[in-house]
Design a binder for this molecule. Structure first.
Ligand code: SAM
Length: 344
């Protein structure tokens, strides 16, 4: 087999090589590929795993993405929005437990009230942590002015998945209106970069209608956009969503999506070398050792859910989301064990 590590080190790894990695199904060859991508991780970003504790503070969403369990039209969802004190309690917990960073995530709301609320939370997190706790925002598409205000208030990283870099596939996954425009999403990523945020993006992997060429183009997009962090993960079936009818939720399909998720991490690591890559919760939804395998394939970031327990079951983006019954303490102990088991 090819030595993708050496090819990458001599800047000769091509898009054809990425496709070859994504096409590979032989377990022995795949093991070897993961060893190569892990070696790339060791030699670029090292074996240190960074935590970004996710606080999912509201499931109220104005959008209607066809694949998502908290989309606006999902009537069975019990909507919640944490109080400012509850969000700060979680941030304080993260700080006391030596997390370097938290990620504030929610459904997508564009309003002055929402903008102010996030601004206020950012200022108070700065205060309570003496400016030590980094904050990643994952609050969807917003105006440039809103992104600027949040940056000034202390949010210096932003995670906005492009979901897919193929505009035609994007159109199949969303209603066709101005609220769900692929071009707006790209514009948002450019604005974020321009303002000075460290920008994270990513895609869902194994989507109905998605091809391997789409995924190769996704990795190229991360490179072309000079992205700082990749947060990508397998698409997971979410019942009662419009997209569910295009996906046969069999073990075989779930295993395939999971394996493709790992191959994307490996290919991303080999192609982009020193980028930050998250081993996402969706990997864990499809395999009990999902995140460990993600770290083994080349990921170096974990995003433990630190949302207060009473809200976790209401933030179900897809079926069988893991850690729903856990407390932040459980998650912390469980993850440090998982990291050590990998040798990171
Ligand atoms: N509204 C914000 C946004 O769009 O960036 C943040 C919240 S949104 C629920 C967070 C991410 O959940 C999306 O970027 C999407 O990739 C992921 N997601 C939603 N439904 C999913 C599914 N069925 N399988 C896997 N990931 C999913």
């Amino acid at each position: 087999m090819k030595n993708y590590y050496e090819l990458s080190m001599s800047d000769k790894l091509t898009k054809e090589d990425i496709k070859e990695i994504l096409l590979e199904t032989n377990p022995e060859v795949l093991d070897e590929i993961y060893k190569q991508s892990y070696k790339m991780k060791e030699n670029t970003v090292g074996k240190k795993v960074y935590y970004r504790g996710i606080i999912e503070f509201s499931n109220i969403c104005a959008k209607d993405c066809f694949y998502c369990g908290i989309r606006k039209s999902q009537e069975s969802v019990d909507r919640f929005s944490m109080s400012e004190d509850e969000i700060l309690e979680m941030a304080k917990w993260a700080c006391d437990n030596n997390y370097g960073s938290v990620a504030l995530q929610s459904g997508e709301i564009q309003s002055e009230e929402f903008t102010q609320r996030v601004e206020s939370v950012l200022c108070k997190i700065k205060e309570l942590s003496d400016g030590k706790l980094g904050v990643t925002l994952s609050l969807g598409e917003q105006s440039r002015e809103t992104y600027e205000r949040w940056y000034k208030a202390g949010g210096h990283r932003y995670l906005l998945r492009i979901e897919t870099t193929n505009p035609e596939l994007y159109a199949k996954m969303h209603p066709s209106d101005s609220l769900h425009s692929w071009h707006t999403r790209v514009e948002c990523l450019k604005n974020l970069r321009d303002i000075g945020y460290q920008v994270g993006t990513g895609v869902m992997i194994g989507l109905p209608f998605q091809t391997l060429d789409d995924l190769v183009a996704d990795i190229q997009f991360f490179k072309d956009m000079d992205i700082d962090m990749i947060g990508m993960g397998p698409y997971v079936y979410s019942q009662d969503t419009p997209f569910a009818k295009f996906y046969e939720n069999t073990k075989e399909n779930r295993d395939k999506a999971f394996e493709l998720g790992l191959k994307m991490i490996a290919a991303g690591r080999l192609y982009l070398k020193d980028i930050n890559i998250a081993a996402t919760t969706a990997l864990q939804a499809l395999h009990p050792l999902g995140r460990e395998k993600g770290l083994k394939a080349g990921a170096n970031i974990l995003m433990p859910i630190i949302t207060l327990q009473q809200y976790r079951s209401k933030y179900q983006l897809y079926d069988n989301k893991p850690c729903i019954d856990d407390t932040p303490e459980h998650c912390k102990a469980c993850l440090s064990g998982r990291i050590k088991s990998v040798g990171d």
